[in-house]
Design a protein around this ligand. Structure first.
Ligand SMILES: NC(=O)C1=CN([C@@H]2O[C@H](COP(=O)(O)OP(=O)(O)OC[C@H]3O[C@@H](n4cnc5c(N)ncnc54)[C@H](OP(=O)(O)O)[C@@H]3O)[C@@H](O)[C@H]2O)C=CC1
Ligand SMILES: CC(=O)[C@@H](O)[C@H](O)COP(=O)(O)O
Ligand SMILES: [Mn+2]
Length: 380
């Protein structure tokens, strides 16, 4: 039995994780959850799963829930609440599906508490990958990827030797605007950007897919998870999102993982690893799909991917700036405060002005994260 702490229970990944847990009550028990402000959904989750611990973003919501559920459930809130959920004494695995670098601290706390980490929250690795991976090694903790491309790579690596890997091939759908020119991007709307061609996801990652920053974050995530240099991590445009990524070995063999776009598969794989449990769904019908398309990535068309490679290669606090600037800019775009192309402009400004700090500690990362958000927000 896996006893699960779940951060971001009310989100896209969080709800799909609940689908997996619901289907496998003999394998999974939900013990502790965190959510943000969707309290209606929190009530539904409590009524169905009876977690022992519930954390929400706001103190007011926490106090209100305490009056509605007088006994048996502990309520908490804020960033401390995220860590309380992450280190719940009875949990043996943390599924981190919160959005943003707010997931960093609870992940580190869970690692210190020797919890297995099932990681969807890629921003945590982007903003402080060197610290997270060092802590995981020191505490002998596994970080199991939930992100579909990294789950695919992880599956393609099973039974193989790291030294035989020649390169990783991370696939990209191209996102909502893949068939638009840069000129046409000047006038796109939030609703158009939220219309991903293949996946139904939370708002922030959907915008990241449209700017190609999601793939940039995933390149940095792969660098840390699989301990390979950026020169060995390639991105390939693949509009069907059927091949979730591939590993090329030094004998030129390429191993790929395919499947329909359904995040419950990588979620279940991470939670059940090293087992592979049965999952009830339609078989992949390649004859019906007929064609799979591939194209080289166009770094002029998708500048955010270029920024991510550059920030990753520089290292230090540059990836922290990339992530914080992106979170701030995407949030402003979603609020209608800036245009779609402003996102990459703001990120570039934040990167250019930054005086990089080599091998930063947590305090430096925290400071740079906050200062970058302040700077980006001051620009509009
Ligand atoms: N969605 C997908 O298919 C994929 C997502 N991922 C990654 O997984 C993570 C989650 O993505 P996704 O599920 O799409 O995101 P959503 O926006 O759908 O959900 C985010 C979750 O985090 C909560 N949350 C947001 N901000 C805070 C905060 N400051 N404090 C506490 N809780 C907070 C939200 O609470 P509430 O809604 O209650 O306010 C919600 O439960 C991201 O890192 C994303 O990159 C990776 C691969 C695929
Ligand atoms: C489902 C998932 O893992 C997302 O990261 C998705 O892959 C985004 O798709 P693209 O970034 O390829 O458009
Ligand atoms: Mn992904």
């Amino acid at each position: 039995m896996k006893y699960i702490s779940l951060l971001g229970a009310t989100g896209s990944i969080g709800l799909q994780t609940l689908d997996v847990i619901r289907e496998k009550p003999e394998q999974f028990k939900l013990l502790a959850i965190s959510a943000g402000k969707n309290i209606e959904l929190v009530r539904k989750i409590i009524n169905e799963f009876s977690p022992e611990l519930v954390s929400v973003q706001l103190k007011g919501d926490c106090e209100k829930l305490k009056t509605e559920y007088p006994s048996g459930i502990k309520f908490t809130y804020g960033t401390d609440g995220l860590s309380e959920v992450a280190v719940h004494e009875k949990s043996n695995i943390l599924l981190n599906a919160v959005m943003g670098s707010v997931g960093l601290h609870p992940t580190l706390q869970a690692i210190k508490a020797k919890k297995t980490i099932a990681l969807a929250n890629k921003e945590t690795l982007v903003t402080a990958g060197h610290i997270v991976m060092a802590a995981a090694k020191e505490n002998n903790v596994s970080i199991l990827p939930v992100d579909s491309e990294h789950s695919a790579i992880f599956q393609c690596l099973q039974g193989e030797q790291h030294k035989n890997v020649n390169r990783l091939i991370v696939t990209a759908s191209g996102g909502s605007f893949r068939d638009l020119t840069r000129e046409e991007l000047r006038f796109v709307t939030v609703d158009q950007a939220l219309n991903h061609p293949n996946w139904s996801m939370g708002s922030k990652i959907t915008i990241d897919s449209a700017t190609m920053m999601n793939k940039g974050l995933e390149v940095i995530e792969a660098h840390w998870l699989f301990n390979l240099p950026y020169e060995k991590i390639d991105v390939l445009l693949h509009r069907e999102s059927i091949i979730h990524s591939m590993v090329e070995y030094h004998d030129s063999s390429v191993i790929a993982q395919l499947g329909s776009p359904d995040m419950r598969v990588p979620i279940q794989y991470a939670l059940s690893y090293p087992d592979r449990l049965y999952y009830e769904t339609e078989s992949l019908n390649l004859a019906k799909i007929r064609k799979l398309h591939f194209e080289d990535m166009d770094f002029q068309r998708f500048r955010c991917l270029q920024f991510a490679y550059e920030a990753g290669k520089v290292g230090g606090t540059m990836p922290t700036v990339l992530n914080a600037a992106n979170e701030a800019a995407v949030s402003a775009f979603l609020l209608g405060e800036i245009s779609f192309l402003d996102i990459e402009e703001l990120i570039e400004k934040a990167l250019v002005r930054h005086n990089n700090i080599e091998n930063p500690d947590l305090d430096a990362i925290q400071e740079v994260d906050i200062e970058t958000r302040k700077y980006v927000n001051s620009l509009f």
